[in-house]
Design a binder for this molecule. Structure first.
Ligand SMILES: C[S@@+](CC[C@H](N)C(=O)[O-])C[C@H]1O[C@@H](n2cnc3c(N)ncnc32)[C@H](O)[C@@H]1O
Length: 506
C-alpha cells in the first residue's frame, strides 16, 4: 500500500480461510453486485471468484495503484479513495466484504481526512477526529448497500471499546434487520496484538429486529461461527442482545416529537447565576432575576414545580439568573449590580456577552416544556417544568414539544424515555467520559428512537413514581415500571393507529 497519506501500518491482510468464511457468510444472491472497498492483494476477491461470482459482479477498490494477481477477477479500480467513490455510489451494491484500514483519523491528511470527516451515518451524524479510518469505511460501505443487502467486515477490537465506536455500532444496528457480532479473543493478524470482531449484517433497510453476539477463542471457532451464519443459522453460544421485532411498536426519533436545545448561555455563570443569599446581599428585587436550574443535580423529580425549586433555593443552590426587566433598571440595587458587572464583576469582554445588546440580558429559550441533562452519571430523563418562568442555564438542555402537548402526553413521553428499550439505545449512544460521566449532545438525544404509544390518563402519576426510582439509583425498577405501563397501553390500543397526526405522543 503506497499512498503517501495513509500509514503503511494500517494494512493487514486477511488469512485465506477467514476470507473464504467471510465471503460465504455474506449469503450472496445470484446476480448480485459485490464490493470490496479496500481490496489490497484481493483476499476476498479470490474467494468470491472461487465461489463462482463473475468478474463483472465484483467491484474491487484500493488506493494502492499496484496491481494484485487477482485484479482481473473483478472490475478493479485502483489509485482511488473509496470514500470518494462511495459518495457517487450510494445504494449501488448488494454485498460488501471488507477488511478496512486501521489508522487514527488525526494521522490522515488532506482530502483523505476531509472525506473521512464528511462521512455521514444513516441518521445524519459525522465522525470526530478522534475516530478511526475503519469506522468511516464501515459507514460509507453501509451507505453503498442497496435495500436487502448484506455486509461482512473484519474490524479491530476497538469496535467494542472505543468511545467513537458507539456511534458506529448504533449505525450498524439501525441500518440492518439482523446483525451478528463475532468477537474472536485471540489475534488473527501477525502484526495486531488484540483479537478482532467480525460483523455480519443482513437485510439493509429493514427494521432492526435481531442483534446477536458470540465470543469465540480462536480462528477455528470464528470460522465455525461464520459457517453457521452462511447457512442462515445461529452460531453456537450466541446471545441475542436486542430484538426490536418482539415489540410490534412503531418507533419514532425523539427529534420528530420535541426540540432539544441548550439552556440560556450567560457568558459568565459566576456573575449571572446567584443563590438566594447573594441575591439578598445585593438586595436585588425579584423583577431583576429569574428562577433557573443550572445543574444536572437540580433535576430532582419528574416535575420541577415551585416546591421542588424552593427546596433547591433553601439548600443554597444557584437558582436565580440575573435578568433585569426594563422597569427594574431604575432600582438602586440593580444599578449597583450592573456597575459591579461593568467594573470587573462580570467578564463583559467574553464573546457571548460582547455580542449581545444589552450585555446583561442573556437570551432565554422560548416555551420550555422540560429539562434534560446532557452530562451526568445516569442516563438522561426529562424533568418537566411545573413552575412558571423557570428556565435553565446552558449546563442543561431544554425540551419543547413541536406541537403543544397535554400533561398526559408529556408524561407519556417521559415514561417512554424510561422504558428499557430506550435506555438500551441511550446507553449505546452515550459518550463515556473519565469518572463515568455520560455525555450526550442535543443531536445524540434527538436521534434516539422512542416507541409510539397512546397517552393515557394517570401517566403523570406513574412517571413521578418511576422517576423517583431512577433518581434513587433503582434504574432497572424504573424501567420495569415504564415497560409495564407501555405494554398496558399497547394491550388496549392497536399500535399501528395510536398516533394522531397532530400530536406525537398522543
Ligand atoms: C487492512 S488492508 C486489507 C486488504 C485486503 N482486503 C485483505 O483483507 O487482505 C486495507 C487496504 O485498504 C487500502 N486503503 C487504505 N486507504 C484506502 C482508501 N482511502 N481507499 C481505498 N483503499 C484504501 C490499503 O491500500 C489496503 O490495501
Amino acid at each position: 500500500m503506497s499512498h503517501v497519506d495513509v500509514p503503511r501500518s494500517s494494512t493487514v491482510y486477511t488469512p485465506r480461510e477467514l476470507a473464504a468464511a467471510m465471503v460465504a457468510a455474506v449469503r450472496g444472491r445470484p446476480g448480485a453486485l459485490w464490493l470490496d472497498p479496500c481490496t489490497g492483494d484481493g483476499a476476498f476477491v479470490a474467494q468470491m471468484a472461487a465461489s463462482g461470482v463473475a468478474p463483472r459482479q465484483i467491484v474491487a477498490i484500493d488506493i494502492d495503484p499496484n496491481r494484485s494477481a487477482v485484479d482481473d477477477a473483478a472490475q478493479t479500480i485502483r489509485a482511488i479513495d473509496f470514500l470518494e467513490w462511495a459518495v457517487a455510489n450510494r445504494a449501488a451494491v448488494d454485498h460488501v466484504v471488507m477488511n478496512p484500514p486501521y489508522v487514527a483519523l488525526n494521522r490522515l491528511r488532506g482530502k483523505l481526512l476531509a472525506r473521512a470527516l464528511d462521512v455521514c451515518t444513516p441518521n445524519g451524524r459525522r465522525l470526530s477526529l478522534k475516530a478511526n479510518y475503519w469506522a468511516a469505511f464501515l459507514i460509507a460501505a453501509i451507505n453503498c448497500l442497496r435495500e436487502g443487502g448484506s455486509l461482512v467486515a473484519v474490524l479491530p477490537a476497538a469496535w467494542d471499546f472505543a468511545r467513537y465506536a458507539a456511534r458506529v455500532r448504533e449505525s450498524v444496528a439501525q441500518a440492518f434487520g439482523e446483525v451478528t457480532v463475532v468477537r474472536c479473543r485471540s489475534p488473527l493478524f501477525p502484526t495486531v496484538q488484540e483479537g478482532v470482531v467480525i460483523v455480519a449484517a443482513f437485510n439493509r433497510g429493514a427494521r432492526p429486529s435481531v442483534q446477536r453476539r458470540v465470543e469465540v477463542p480462536d480462528l477455528r471457532a470464528t470460522i465455525a461461527a461464520l459457517a453457521k451464519l452462511s447457512e442462515g443459522g445461529v452460531p453456537l453460544g450466541a446471545s441475542t442482545m436486542r430484538a426490536f421485532a418482539t415489540t410490534s411498536l412503531p418507533m419514532r426519533r425523539l427529534d420528530e416529537l420535541v426540540d432539544i436545545h441548550i439552556g440560556a448561555v450567560t457568558g459568565d455563570a459566576d456573575y449571572f447565576l446567584l443563590d438566594e443569599r447573594k441575591r439578598l446581599e445585593w438586595g436585588l428585587p425579584r423583577s431583576a432575576v429569574r428562577p433557573v436550574l443550572s445543574r444536572s443535580r437540580h433535576l430532582t423529580g419528574a416535575i420541577i414545580d415551585t416546591r421542588e425549586w424552593e427546596e433547591l433555593r433553601d439548600q443554597g443552590a444557584r437558582v436565580w439568573m440575573f435578568s433585569p426587566t426594563p422597569s427594574s433598571l431604575k432600582h438602586r440595587a440593580v444599578r449597583a449590580y450592573l456597575a459591579h458587572g461593568r467594573n470587573g464583576g462580570c467578564n463583559v469582554a467574553a464573546y457571548k456577552i460582547l455580542s449581545r445588546d444589552p450585555w446583561y440580558l442573556a437570551p432565554f429559550p422560548e416555551r420550555i416544556d422540560g429539562f434534560m441533562s446532557g452530562m451526568s452519571k445516569r442516563l438522561p430523563f426529562v424533568a418537566f417544568r411545573g413552575m412558571p418562568r423557570l428556565t435553565a442555564s446552558n449546563t442543561l438542555y431544554v425540551v419543547r414539544f413541536k406541537v403543544r402537548a397535554t400533561r398526559d402526553e408529556k408524561a407519556t413521553l417521559g415514561l417512554l424515555l424510561l422504558t428499557s428499550m430506550v435506555r438500551k439505545e441511550l446507553a449505546l449512544q452515550a459518550r463515556v467520559y473519565a469518572d463515568g460521566l455520560l455525555k450526550f449532545e442535543p443531536s445524540d438525544l434527538g436521534g434516539i428512537r422512542v416507541p409510539v404509544a397512546e397517552a393515557r390518563r394517570g401517566a403523570g402519576r406513574v412517571l413521578r413514581a418511576a422517576t423517583a426510582l431512577l433518581l434513587a439509583g433503582r434504574e432497572a425498577e424504573a424501567s420495569a415500571m415504564a415497560d409495564a405501563w407501555v405494554s398496558g397501553v399497547t394491550a388496549t390500543a392497536n399500535a399501528a393507529d395510536v398516533l394522531p397526526e397532530t400530536c406525537a405522543v398522543a
